[in-house]
Design a protein around this ligand. Structure first.
Ligand code: COA
Length: 422
């Protein structure tokens, strides 16, 4: 298969075929408008490949997710998040020397400039931490110049400082003193230490929490050309610096149809619990075409069989809650919802299965994280993916500014008649 043919108003056009390493087929319509005058029309980009990428492979029909070729199930089974960051950004696993240098760098760049602490004072106490996170990441550009020689260092700074910014935004929201990062802790333990330690008493991060957070971060680390990652690439394609590009990705992630869904899942489960636990009523509501209620944490643009991350998280939710001795009625409601939808024609027909957000919120809750922080946790995990995708885009020799076209459906030319003043 080398070419695709298109017939438009009796004329035939040929287009080359692009084939990926896993056999996916794309029709390269780069010359379509120039040759035929037409453009493709694909609102929501469900059928549009926006780039070539060697970072993450997803087969939504078979429930496959791989980072740089490695199955997510293998990476999630014992790897540290920092090492997955290296893999995503550099494309290969580090040597022992590279690994210790990488971890050292990530620890030693986790402080934020003392002046940035003052920024937090300007936000109201109930500010959503995603708003703080995006503006603080954008503000990093005022401290660290956007020079090619500094790209690698800026990527490390961003990874290292995001966890400090995220933890500080939580401390700010509860009015507690900021806890500084510690270089002797793992990435996930350091974050939990900055979140939960208080000066008055010693705090040791329980191993179960360190492992649970490590797993969650790995599962969120990249997901190819989703809404926030495409935003990062879109903004970066104009030549905008790393911090500005990633800040815009954080904003895109915030929406309830994307990363904001994990917060919405818990709110939905709480609503079901407070309403007497009748989950059937909410399943019916989600199926009712006159209502705009959706089961949050269900459905995915790409996964049409199961979300492999949700399978891993379902088991992790059981393990973590058991180990912590937490009995959360929301977990029961969640499992019941999943069970009933798996047998329901509406959900089967539309291929709607629990996604990554469905069980992650329950684990975050058991870890003691407040609901408003859930999407921040997603952003923390997605950081290496955004960075790797931004880097790949920058290194693409034929990279062009992203600039989609449109089908104009507004008024045709008309003459301006001034409004007569009374
Ligand atoms: N609950 C109930 N019905 C749902 C649904 C949900 N969570 N998600 C999709 N549907 C239905 C739609 O109503 C539509 O039905 P129709 O064909 O009868 O009109 C059909 O399934 C297709 O939905 P659509 O919105 O076109 O799919 P999409 O690929 O554009 O959207 C999501 C994907 C993820 C945005 C969507 O499934 C959703 O809103 N899920 C809830 C939010 C969420 O969990 N987001 C996190 C994603 S990781």
């Amino acid at each position: 298969m080398k070419q695709a043919k298109l017939t438009l108003e009796g004329k035939e056009y040929e287009f080359p075929i692009v084939i990926g390493t896993e056999g996916e087929v794309g029709i390269d319509i780069g010359a379509l408008r120039q040759n035929s005058g037409a453009i493709t029309f694909d609102p929501g980009y469900g059928n549009t490949g926006s780039c070539r990428s060697a970072i993450t492979f997803i087969d939504g029909e078979q429930g496959i997710l791989r980072y740089r070729g490695y199955p997510i199930e293998e990476l999630a089974n014992g790897m540290r998040f920092t090492d997955v960051c290296y893999l995503l950004i550099h494309g290969h696993l580090p040597s022992p020397e590279q690994l210790s240098e990488w971890r050292h760098q990530l620890n030693h760049h986790s402080l934020i400039h003392e002046d940035m602490k003052k920024f937090f004072e300007g936000y109201p106490p109930n500010a959503h931490p995603m708003a703080i996170l995006s503006s603080m990441i954008g503000s990093l550009a005022t401290y660290y110049p956007d020079e090619e020689a500094l790209f690698d260092l800026n990527m490390i700074r961003l990874l290292a400082k995001t966890k400090t910014i995220a933890a500080f935004s939580y401390k700010k929201s509860i009015g507690q003193a900021y806890v500084y990062p510690r270089n002797d802790l793992t990435y996930s333990s350091d974050f939990l230490h900055m979140m939960f330690a208080v000066p008055a008493e010693p705090y040791g991060v329980p191993k179960v929490l360190d492992n649970a957070l490590n797993l969650l971060l790995i599962l969120h680390a990249d997901h190819e050309q989703n809404c926030s990652t495409s935003t990062v690439r879109m903004v970066g394609s104009s030549g905008a610096n790393l911090f500005a590009s990633i800040a815009s990705g954080v904003c895109a992630l915030w929406g309830p149809l994307h990363g904001g869904a994990n917060q919405e899942v818990i709110q939905m489960l709480e609503q079901i619990r407070d309403d007497g636990g009748d989950y059937n009523k909410y399943v019916d509501l989600a199926k009712d075409k006159t209502s705009d209620f959706r089961l949050m944490g269900f459905g995915h643009r790409v996964y049409k069989n199961f979300d492999p991350r949700a399978l891993i998280l379902k088991k992790a939710a059981d393990d973590v809650l058991n180990e912590l001795g937490v009995n959360d009625p929301l977990l029961e409601i969640a499992k019941n919802l999943e069970e009933i939808t798996l047998k329901d024609e509406f959900f089967i027909e539309r291929k709607l299965y629990p996604n990554v957000d469905f069980y992650s919120g329950i684990i975050y809750r058991a870890m003691g994280l407040p609901t408003e922080m859930f999407t921040v946790m997603f952003a923390l995990g997605r950081m290496p993916g955004w960075i790797a995708q931004w880097k790949e885009m920058r290194e693409e020799p034929s990279g062009r500014i992203n600039r989609p076209r449109q089908i104009y459906v507004g008024e045709q030319k008309r003459s301006y008649v001034p409004v007569k003043e009374r």
